[in-house]
Write a protein that binds this ligand. Structure first.
Ligand code: SAM
Length: 280
């Protein structure tokens, strides 16, 4: 096991603080500090940046982030049992780690952090997707964060980076790719975690673009994409009937065949359709 700090190995931390993994909190811990330092590096240059970490657990990734030079880390953890372990890390990195016992869905990180801000997380699948959608749909763009480096089950990661014509392509891909550059940067087998989950995992790195890739009103684009993919097997002329009675004219005007299905249509064309609807 590599030494990245003078703190005890993670297995010892888990034993000392009796952190038996809880299924209800989606706890699958990373115990290899070499790997957590690698994930921290995938977030880019951390020196000069504040990092928001969601779900630090016993602190493997937290230690990686601090060892890789993060200016400050705000770690939000729901499980109170993890707080003493996180306090030990805070003591080893004076003034650089603030750990909050709370639910990431309710704590406002902006009360504690200064830009530039990078977000990292290894979270349960449902919480991770809900937070990702929130981070991608703020009232204003650019958002408060510069990049997101997030662990997902591989199938969700593939949905984020999917391209037209693939099964994984849908709302999540369009939402992510409209305003970020999104890439899978690491794939991990179940054995990387303790206990091992049933599925493979992947880290996705998303960098916020200064402005959306193509102009469109967010609410209109969201309405169109939601309607199109809610009935993804239907031709767009029927799937989008509820959006506008003249939908065939709008589809033709922007060069989308009304007989096409949502999964064949790219981001640029969806944005053009949203603009056409708003112009009428
Ligand atoms: N980051 C650690 C690691 O990589 O070893 C732990 C990862 S574990 C998959 C997910 C962590 O998220 C757990 O520590 C769990 O208690 C925490 N968690 C689950 N739901 C949460 C929520 N809503 N807010 C904050 N933390 C949460």
């Amino acid at each position: 096991m590599p030494v990245i700090d003078n703190l005890p190995p993670l297995r010892e931390v888990i034993a000392t603080h009796e952190l038996a993994a809880k299924k209800s909190l989606g706890q699958n811990f990373l115990l290899d500090l070499n790997l957590t330092a690698k994930i921290a590096r995938l977030a880019g240059d951390l020196t000069g940046a504040d990092v928001l970490e969601i779900g630090p657990g016993p602190g493997g990734l937290t230690r990686g982030l601090l060892a890789e030079g993060a200016r400050r880390v705000l770690a939000i953890e729901k499980d109170p049992r993890c707080m003493p372990a996180l306090a030990e890390i805070a003591a080893a990195y004076p003034g650089r780690l603030q750990a909050i016992n709370g639910d990431a869905l309710t704590v406002n990180p902006l009360e504690h952090l200064t830009q530039p801000i990078k977000i990292t997380a290894n979270l349960p699948y449902n919480v991770g997707t809900e937070l990702l959608v929130r981070w991608l749909t703020p009232p204003e763009w650019p958002p408060f964060w510069d990049s997101l480096t997030l662990m997902f089950q591989r199938e969700v990661a593939q949905r984020i980076v999917a391209t037209p014509g693939s099964k994984a392509y849908g709302r999540l891909a369009l939402l992510a790719q409209w305003r970020t550059d999104a890439r899978i940067v690491l794939e991990l087998p179940p054995e990387a975690f303790s206990p091992p989950p049933k599925v493979n995992s992947a880290v996705v790195h998303l960098t916020a673009l200064p402005a959306p890739r193509y102009p469109a009103d967010p609410a209109t684009l969201n309405k169109v994409v939601a309607a199109a993919f809610n009935q993804r097997r239907k031709m767009l002329r029927s799937a989008l009937k509820s959006v506008s009675p003249d939908i065939e004219d709008h589809l033709n005007a922007v060069g989308i065949k009304p007989t096409e299905r949502a999964e064949q249509v790219g981001l640029e064309a969806f944005c053009a359709l949203a603009r056409s609807l708003d112009a009428s």
